[in-house]
Design a binder for this molecule. Structure first.
Ligand code: SF4
Ligand SMILES: [Zn+2]
Length: 359
């Protein structure tokens, strides 16, 4: 069960108390290990660590961020930002569109299903939002997973300048343009929104499982690859130094992932804002990722968790999409931080890749 914010703050107060971070992520297990071939089998305790790209990126960015976001599950009271909401709306529409095509719906029906899902995402579904299961009603009558359609809280109907926000009507118009632009698309979608897992590293002390959620996988005629939708308001080349893209290649056993870019710019032509650049990796770069980069950070995570000390990293307080969501907490004096957290954050669902935020 989720803890109340008071319980969490009580934990924070006990500064020396070991934090329970990643209790679901780090698990001690007893693994039989063959010491020498044909030799004796002994039991040693290994830590099982489950990581995904969002956690790894958080961990690389800032220890305190990792503690607040993934350990204590503190999220802003106001909900997702406007750009995250618009990104999630596009993901939902494309998920239903490609899912309908996989289920052999006609393209026009797939588009209709997708736009209906988009409208539901904007309005919100009264049955599954904040649904709490009970003995009488174990799941929402709409059959959606809880909070699948929460409604958009920070997105106005039309684009706004002050503050700059994208309107949902513009998002819907953009997706309609996308469908028109790709009307002769020959890529065949095979799966949508699947979570894949793979053991990527093991030594005497730890074993790491990587989890990746793939927006869709498809056959491009040149092979089967993972694809990742990325919405954007500004046209920037995509850099392949990205945990998410590398992780997707690892779980799919490929060396290429395609980025399905969907731009919200009003000034660009469709061929300039709907792009599908490939991110390609050499075998060595992926090997470095699984055998050095991820294990190094897994050991860091264990250390933070065991010492209960989550170091700050001020180089990540200011990001390209705005300040870190905990900036006001860190700006406060130490004795005021609890108050800041209490006033502006709530305890959200425990981090799980199935609830991955979309950008
Ligand atoms: S504001 Fe800076 S120091 Fe504080 S959690 Fe965010 S990144 Fe870390
Ligand atoms: Zn519902």
């Amino acid at each position: 069960m989720n803890r109340t914010i008071e319980e969490i703050l009580a934990d924070i107060q006990k500064a020396q108390a070991p934090s329970n971070v990643v209790e679901s992520v780090i698990k001690d297990i007893e693994s039989p290990v063959n010491v020498v071939s044909q030799g004796p089998t002994i039991l040693i305790v290994k830590k099982n660590i489950i990581l995904d790209a969002t956690m790894l990126t958080g961990l690389m960015s800032c220890g305190r961020y990792t503690d607040l976001r993934f350990n204590l599950s503190l999220i802003p009271q106001g909900g997702k930002s406007n750009s995250l909401e618009c990104g999630s709306l596009v993901h939902k529409i494309l998920e239903v569109f490609y899912g309908s095509l996989i289920n052999r719906h006609k393209r026009s029906d797939a588009i209709a299903n997708a736009m209906t899902a988009g409208e539901m995402y904007i309005k919100g579904c009264q049955f599954c939002t904040d649904f709490v299961p009970s003995d009488e009603i174990p799941k929402p009558i709409c059959n959606h997973p809880p909070n699948e359609y929460p409604g958009m809280r920070n997105t106005p109907p039309d684009n706004q300048d002050k503050p700059k926000r994208i309107g949902w009507r513009h998002v819907l118009a953009t997706v309609e343009e996308y469908f028109e632009f790709y009307k002769s698309d020959f890529w065949v979608p095979l799966e949508v929104e699947v979570v894949k897992r793979k053991i990527i590293f093991e030594d005497d002390e730890i074993r790491i499982m990587w989890k990746a959620k793939l927006d869709w996988t498809g056959d491009t005629n040149d092979g089967i690859f993972p694809m990742d939708h990325k919405t954007m308001s500004q046209n920037r080349p995509t850099l392949d130094l990205n945990n998410q893209f590398m992780g997707q290649c690892i779980v799919m056993d490929t060396r290429r992932v395609f980025i399905n870019k969907v731009g919200f710019q009003t000034s660009l032509k469709p061929e300039e804002k709907f792009l599908r650049p490939p991110m390609s990796y050499t075998a060595d770069r992926l090997l470095e990722f699984v055998s050095e980069t991820v294990p190094y950070w897994a050991y860091q995570l264990i250390q933070y968790n065991e010492t209960g000390y989550w170091p700050v990293n001020h180089t990540n307080c200011e990001g390209k999409y705005g300040n870190c969501m905990y900036a006001d907490v860190c700006k406060a004096d130490r004795h005021m931080r609890e108050e800041e957290l209490k006033l502006n954050f709530v305890v959200g669902q425990k981090w799980d890749i199935d609830n991955l935020e979309k950008d």
